[in-house]
Write a protein that binds this ligand. Structure first.
Ligand code: ZN
Length: 384
């Protein structure tokens, strides 16, 4: 299916899960539901997530990450060498620590508890989604730098991988195999989720951001200093995508979910190192008022890169943006970035973790506004 030439619309990844899916998951976990019945719930939820996005009129869709408990924890369920644990197993005071830093992490955590072996991560999701939609598909994969910070534990993982970097390297190998499988499956867009890199805009050279502080305490890791952290994230992604960038569109998603105390600044803070990443598109949160002005990012974006501009808020379900507001938001960057290189998406997934509640009807309304804005922008700036 062909895409519009400019202002392509998509989601970041996750879609609100129906209550019946969450109930089914809980029953399945307690052994009160068999695998076959649970699979039926998962399939139905994916169908619904796809239908919602089609109804909203999006150009590129996902399966809504309905099969994943969270955008990162599912790695613990799917890749051999990982396991999934409650956060208290990583640190008895985990909840108190997360509260102290205002950095809520999902309560089920992936942790490396063995040697990492090649395993299917997302291609099974794609195979099902392709049966129920003709639309081009985006698939999200947790980035190696994220997995390193969120899954390497000084006690549990060190017997297998003495340093976090060693574990990250092993995960990169799995990701590379998975990317090859996803290309074969015909996906339109592979997005590496990199909130741990996004969070670094709140860090200083010698002071970690709040998520690294939490991870240091929970997992026993050490902050390397801002420049080296960015470089490590960049190097790991480049190793992951090497040789694949001409076969499929690869993007990277950055977010940080600002608090009221967060500095007002955007991802331009990570430049110029950020632009050494060999991905085509930066899918970036910029609608949140504390993200500052997307112009600052657009001004310095290299001309061979695309921006997936965060244009819809995913935190406040009480307010739906107006079409004019979204058009004006995107127009801030039109003078710097050619419309063919601008995509529109919400700031983040609507439900990165299973338990994040967001009314589906509101999410659909928000996407419809974004789609309408894209149509107006195409008429205004692109006639093809
Ligand atoms: Zn996000």
């Amino acid at each position: 299916m062909s895409l519009p030439r400019a202002f392509i619309t998509s989601v970041v990844g996750s879609w609100p899960r129906p209550t019946w899916l969450i109930e089914a998951f809980e029953k399945f976990e307690k052994g009160q539901m068999d695998q076959q019945t649970f699979n039926q719930y998962l399939d139905d939820a994916v169908k619904l997530a796809i239908k919602d996005q089609e109804e909203a009129g999006l150009d590129v869709i996902t399966d809504g990450e309905q099969r994943r408990t969270s955008f990162v924890a599912f790695v613990g369920q799917k890749i051999r060498g990982f396991k999934i644990v409650r956060v208290e197993e990583l640190h008895p005071n985990a909840k108190e620590i997360m509260k102290r830093y205002k950095a809520p992490l999902t309560l089920w955590r992936p942790v490396i508890a063995g040697y990492i072996e090649d395993s299917v991560l997302a291609v099974d999701e794609v195979q099902y989604a392709k049966k129920v939609t003709q639309k081009p598909l985006k698939v999200t994969l947790p980035s190696p730098y994220l997995i390193m910070w969120e899954a390497w534990h000084a006690k549990i993982s060190a017997p297998y991988y003495p340093r976090p970097e060693d574990a990250a390297e092993a995960y990169v190998k799995v990701l590379r195999n998975e990317i090859a499988r996803l290309i074969d499956a015909g996906v339109a867009f592979i997005q590496l989720d990199e909130p741990m890199l996004g969070d670094l805009i709140e860090a200083e050279q010698d002071k970690p951001d709040r998520y690294k502080q939490v991870a240091s305490e929970l997992y026993g890791q050490k902050y390397r200093g801002l420049k080296d952290e960015i470089q490590l994230a960049v190097d790991l992604v480049n190793e992951t995508v090497k040789g694949y960038t001409t076969s499929v569109r690869i993007g990277m998603h950055l977010d940080r979910w600002p608090t009221e105390e967060s500095p007002i600044v955007g991802y331009e803070r990570l430049a110029p190192q950020l632009f050494d990443v060999k991905v085509k598109q930066y899918v970036v949160e910029y609608k949140h008022p504390r993200m500052g002005n997307p112009e600052e990012f657009a001004k310095i974006l290299p001309t061979d890169k695309e921006i997936g501009l965060g244009s819809i808020d995913v935190r406040d379900p009480k307010r739906v943006e107006t079409v004019d507001e979204v058009v004006a938001h995107v127009e801030k960057i039109v003078k710097y970035v050619d419309p063919t290189r601008i995509w529109l998406n919400p700031d983040c997934g609507f439900a990165p973790g299973m338990y994040r509640a967001f009314p589906r009807a509101v999410a659909i309304e928000k996407l419809k506004v974004m789609v309408k804005a894209a149509q107006i922008l195409r008429q205004r700036y692109w006639w093809a």
